[in-house]
Ligand binder design. Structure first.
Ligand code: I6G
Length: 670
């Protein structure tokens, strides 16, 4: 009996380890999360019944005992070096020249390129295939023993596979994915706990926990990038091939590792990775180039504490220090008042930044930021620059605390804070010029009435010139009026009038969305259109009737009722209809006309046969809910070329992914 249990336990461990390997090393998951958890639970239960059969390398034994005090010191068998950096093409050419001087001149030398992850360097020591020690880099000679914490990282194999060396030490970077970082900070915010400034700090903080159970919850990852020591196996003569060897032992290698010929190709690699930086699931601060030939590496040797055969090519910093000179308050479409930091201009993330968002007063209080403070700002990708923290030591004596206005800076109406909300609002509604302007911009936008050529700047211009004060005024504009605007020729004016005319033909869902009702996004607008079929029914619905509809909660219902209780809003709607805005009558489709009812679909990347918006309209017509972000509630992600973080997230969450061909088949078959 025990023998068969023991065999079964062994089999389960092997199966679980194989799945881990397929997921973390081969990047090719073979089962769903649920099936995986089921296997792990079965193993746990068997081990609980037979504690004598538990072994330290069982996948259930990643979390060990708490450490009592600080981490013990360990001396690295081979010193852990650092890397020199270059910041531009000139410095990279000098690096290439130094190599060509020391080795035979070769313009097409093989170079291994990989992203430089923003994490922590660690070393992993395996003896007879078992993980026996993990350490931080420390000062390069002596690090800290963090074995118990590293054991909790699921992508670190507790046991190697294949033809591994008897004793082997590998180096790599422990990091936290952007998705894990977001979810950990979200949970911290919900519990009023301290949030981490960035994924690197979160990874560092998690690795230095005395309780490995906490580290285990932090969902850290690792990519291995080099070999420290290897006894008892023939090693390849090329760095790239050695990485493949390391991979064959079951250790994860970054999927972006590429072998290139010469530094021109390296530069292309740099620009490619820089372009995709925001779509990668982890943060990076540059790329690393390494001479591929191991004999060449040996000949080049080291200078001070860095190899001469490797260099990090750093990306422009995404965080910089500057002075916050002043805080202004901006009024948005729904009256929300947002504090905006006016900064001493600073070059960050590849552009000069002079404004950053401060979100709301809670954020100002959390940061304890004053006018005059020196602040750290961050600009990553296309995201609005943010104030991350304040350097309090540099606060000048005349720094000024920031308080919320009592009156709207545009219309002087009183400013109010809703109960339990972080946001202050101008109470002026459409009396407030700022809100009117924002409402018009929203109305004209692509996903709303899609008025071609009517961008934010033109709306600003027309509002300033008092040509329009409400959305309905758009349809009263004439060519004669438009040509009075600066830089507006007759042809452009005619084009705009034609675009306005064309936009009148819309759908009920788009019309509802374009009204800019608070909390009513495209999906809610679609629900209202499909469920209630005409604008008068939407207008006449009570909160009670609205919350009975799918996915409409009490807050959204309140906003909808409040919107239609306002006579001015109803007048604008009547005017729009009178001016010719129209849509085909919506019949509630029967269930068999809506085969995708209840399905949440996300579209990402680009498509050839149709635009993303067309695809969306077709899916919505079949009953699907088309959402802009991937979550556990997503049923299907349809990814075209260029798909990035959404696709990655779908893969992480093991959500079904389809391509354009499958999308077309789905549309044709339904
Ligand atoms: O700190 C490092 C990050 C990434 C490295 C490194 C690396 O390769 C991708 N490689 C070496 C050789 C060293 N530090 C010393």
């Amino acid at each position: 009996m025990t023998e068969s249990v023991s065999n079964h336990i062994e089999q389960l461990r092997k199966t679980i380890n194989d799945h881990n390997h397929a997921y973390y090393v081969l990047d090719d998951p073979t089962i769903t999360d649920i099936e995986y958890d089921r296997l792990l639970r079965e193993l746990q239960q068997l081990e609980e019944q037979h504690p004598d059969l538990i072994t330290p390398d069982s996948p259930t034994q990643r979390v060990g005992a708490k450490a009592d005090s600080a981490f013990a010191e360990v001396e690295h068998l081979v010193p852990m070096l650092s890397l020199d950096n270059v910041f531009d093409e000139d410095e990279l050419s000098q690096f290439a020249r130094r190599i060509n001087e020391r080795l035979e001149n070769d313009e097409n030398r093989a170079i291994v390129c990989e992203p430089k992850l923003d994490g922590l360097a660690v070393s992993l020591l395996y003896e007879k295939g078992k993980l026996v020690q993990a350490a931080t880099r420390g000062d390069g000679r002596i690090g800290e023993n963090i074995t118990q914490n590293v054991r909790t990282i699921k992508s670190v194999p507790l046991e190697l596979r294949g033809n591994y060396p008897d004793k082997v030490e590998v180096r790599g970077e422990v990091f936290m994915t952007k998705a894990s970082f977001e979810s950990i900070n979200e949970a911290a915010r919900a519990n009023d706990e301290k949030v981490f400034a960035n994924p690197r700090n979160a990874a560092a903080g998690s690795l230095r926990q005395l309780d490995p159970a906490i580290t285990a919850k932090r969902n850290l990852s690792i990519y291995v990038y080099s070999l420290g020591l290897a006894d008892g196996v023939d090693l390849a003569g090329s760095h790239y091939d050695r990485l493949q060897q390391i991979k064959s032992w079951g250790l994860p290698i970054c999927p972006e590792v590429k072998l290139k010929q010469g530094f021109t190709e390296c530069l292309e690699y740099y620009h490619d990775i820089l372009n995709r930086r925001d779509d990668l699931p982890y943060e990076i601060d540059g790329v690393v180039y390494k001479v591929d030939d191991i004999e060449d590496q040996e000949q080049l040797g080291f200078v001070a504490r860095a190899p001469r055969w490797a260099i990090a090519h750093k990306f422009p910093a995404q965080e910089e220090t500057t002075v916050l000179e002043k805080v202004d308050f901006q009024v948005g479409r729904t009256g929300a008042i947002t504090p905006v930091a006016r900064l001493q201009p600073v070059f960050v993330g590849g552009v000069t930044v002079s404004n950053a968002t401060l979100h709301n007063m809670d954020e100002i209080n959390r940061l304890d930021v004053h006018e005059g403070d020196t602040v750290i700002i961050r600009r990553a990708g296309d995201v609005i620059p943010q104030v991350m923290s304040v350097i309090k030591e540099r606060r000048p004596k005349d720094a000024k605390a920031i308080s919320m206005l009592t009156e709207c800076p545009i219309c002087q109406s009183p400013v109010e804070r809703e109960e339990d909300q972080a946001i202050y609002r101008c109470t002026g509604g459409l009396f407030c010029q700022a809100q009117r302007k924002e409402a018009i911009k929203h109305f004209a936008s692509r996903k709303a009435m899609n008025i071609d050529g009517l961008g934010d700047k033109l709306v600003e211009q027309m509002s300033e010139a008092k040509l329009i004060t409400s959305i309905a005024d758009l349809y009263r504009l004439t060519v004669e009026q438009l040509i009075t605007l600066e830089r507006m020729g007759e042809k452009s004016a005619e084009n705009l009038i034609n675009a306005l005319e064309k936009s009148k033909q819309t759908t009920l869902a788009k019309f509802i969305y374009s009204l800019g009702i608070r909390e009513v996004g495209e999906v809610t607008a679609q629900t209202l259109a499909v469920e209630l079929n005409d604008i008068d029914t939407v207008k006449a619905s009570s909160e009670q009737e609205l919350v009975a509809l799918p996915d409409i909660g009490p807050i959204v219902a309140k906003h909808i009722v409040a919107f239609f209780a306002n006579e001015e809003n109803n007048k604008v709607i009547a005017d729009l209809i009178e001016l010719g805005v129209n849509w085909p009558k919506v019949e509630k489709p029967s269930a068999d006309e809506q085969p995708l009812l209840g399905k949440t679909i996300v579209l990402t990347g680009s498509f050839e046969a149709m635009s993303r918006n067309e695809a969306k309209d077709k899916l919505v017509a079949l009953g699907a809910k088309v959402s802009g972000s991937v979550s556990a509630k997503t049923d299907l992600v349809i990814a075209g070329p260029g798909a990035g973080s959404k696709l990655k997230k779908a893969q992480e969450l093991k959500i079904e992914v389809a391509d354009e061909e499958q999308l077309i088949a789905l549309l044709n078959n339904n």
